[in-house]
Write a protein that binds this ligand. Structure first.
Ligand code: SF4
Ligand code: SF4
Length: 119
């Protein structure tokens, strides 16, 4: 694993979240939340992450003109309103998550070069 660049907080991944939130994805997130009903053991870290992500995504990400937007992004100040408290794992772990290489990033992101250089 090479040196990873440092996020410059440009906001490009918030003002147009690189995540296609279509009907199928929404249904998947609702399905995840349906397990959080007291009948299942959802105490593992992975489950808690999935539940937190699903809840946040369904509540705060909206598709406008085909682009996924987060209503917690302050466009004028180019800031995440929940950066200190409340940012879901899908954001805090972006763009590497548990992988060696970054996932799809928006054009101009500092991780784009790493992505292009990845074998
Ligand atoms: S687009 Fe890349 S550099 Fe910009 S905030 Fe997102 S992760 Fe950081
Ligand atoms: S929660 Fe914050 S980091 Fe995540 S998409 Fe929204 S504005 Fe961006």
């Amino acid at each position: 694993m090479g040196d990873r660049p440092v996020c410059v907080c440009c906001g490009k991944c918030c003002d147009g979240v690189p995540y296609k939130l279509d009907a199928k994805q929404r249904a998947k997130h609702r399905h995840v939340l349906s397990y959080d009903n007291g009948e299942w053991d959802v105490s593992s870290e992975q489950w808690q992450r999935n539940i937190e992500d699903s809840r946040f995504i369904l509540e705060h990400w909206h598709v406008r003109k085909g682009v996924t937007q987060c209503d917690q992004y302050d466009r004028q100040r180019k800031l995440c309103k929940v950066h200190e408290n409340g940012k879901p794992p899908v954001c805090t772990k972006f763009p590497y998550y548990d992988y060696e290489e970054p996932v799809e990033v928006p054009p101009g992101c500092v991780f784009e070069k790493v992505k292009k250089e990845a074998p």
